[in-house]
Design a protein around this ligand. Structure first.
Ligand code: FES
Length: 328
């Protein structure tokens, strides 16, 4: 049974255009009271209205630059930043139209991307708006006096949010990789620069994440040394096609269009699938596959598990062929 957690009604106390694509919003209770606390890497889910009039939830990482100990334990505001994606499903466009003074339904913070205790340097790697959870991580490391380094990659300086704040927070421990300044991200160099005791936390677009994970794996890194979060639900990939979905137990046959996930189709058909992250990271939406070839796109299964072809994650993975049969 999938339940939507209870939400709070928060007021937008400030909006700020940080650059042509990114907008910052501050959210607080109407009475200015204390909000549920959070730790670095946490996000809130905000209810958005999509262009077709339906509502949905979008996750936004909580931003913090304060190095006061326990700065986020009892906050009176949440700060989030939204990158507008004109090719997306409309959630970010909605968030770019929200005016100061408006109210939003917001679920309490959750953290699926926490910092882990370790002895080396916390190496942070951000691609674009993926910097948002890493702001809080950098601040938490500074507050704790533990070593931290942030690699921040972007296409151009004007599109990279929070540069002044990060420079003030991190000084020499901020390393910029800016495509149009001939400083594009060199993933092998970043990985090679990590000492054995260091942990790597990355957040950014899927191609960057895939490239870093592949490089780390090629160098024999154990999975526990790399922690990651995609900053958005995976988009439709080139070549995605519609396919038939047979639900063996209930005897139903559905069609999954090229631009919808299996999970979305199951929900629209009135099924009650288990799910959480919707990014292929948590594993909650796993289902058994009885027939058909799977296009695996999750970050949960090992290469061996993927090759067995009997389990898939419905939020991101698809059919390679024209038909899949699920044990549902
Ligand atoms: S909902 Fe998290 S992997 Fe699918």
């Amino acid at each position: 049974m999938t339940t939507i957690p209870e939400s709070m009604t928060l007021r937008v106390t400030q909006t700020q255009t940080l650059n042509p694509l990114v907008r910052l919003l501050r959210l607080a209770r109407a009475d200015g009271g204390v909000l549920p606390g959070y730790s670095a890497g946490a996000h809130v889910r905000v209810q958005v209205t999509l262009p077709n009039g339906t509502s949905d939830w979008r996750a936004y990482s909580l931003i913090n630059f304060s190095t006061i100990t326990d700065a986020t334990a009892a906050p009176t505001e949440y700060c989030i930043a939204v990158r507008r994606d004109d090719a997306g499903r409309g959630g970010s466009r909605c968030m770019h139209t929200i005016a100061q003074g408006a109210t939003l339904a917001v679920q309490a913070p959750r953290n699926e991307f926490p910092l882990q205790a370790h002895t080396g340097t916390t190496v942070l790697l951000a691609g674009g708006i993926g910097v948002t959870p890493l702001t809080s991580m950098a601040a938490q490391c500074r507050a704790a006096g533990t070593p931290v380094r942030l690699h921040y990659a972007g296409r151009s300086r004007t599109l990279m949010a929070f540069l002044p704040e990060l420079q003030a927070l991190l000084g020499q421990d901020l390393q910029l990789h800016i495509d149009d300044e001939a400083g594009a991200l060199n993933i092998p160099a970043v990985i090679a620069g990590c000492a054995p005791a260091d942990r790597l936390y990355l957040c950014g677009p899927q191609p960057m994440l895939d490239a870093v994970l592949a490089q780390a794996q090629a160098l024999g890194w154990l999975p526990g040394r790399v922690h990651f979060e995609l900053f958005a639900a995976p988009a439709v990939a080139q070549g995605d096609h519609a396919f038939e979905l047979v639900l063996e137990q209930s005897g139903r046959t559905l069609t999954v269009p090229a631009d919808k996930s299996i999970l979305e189709v199951l929900i629209a058909a009135g099924c009650d699938p288990m799910f959480d992250c919707q990014r292929g990271e948590c594993g909650v939406c796993a289902v058994a596959v009885l027939d058909g070839e799977i296009e695996h796109r999750d970050y949960v299964l090992s290469a061996r598990e993927k090759s067995l072809g009997n389990v898939m994650h419905t939020c991101v993975s698809r059919a390679k062929g024209a038909r899949l049969v699920l044990d549902l």
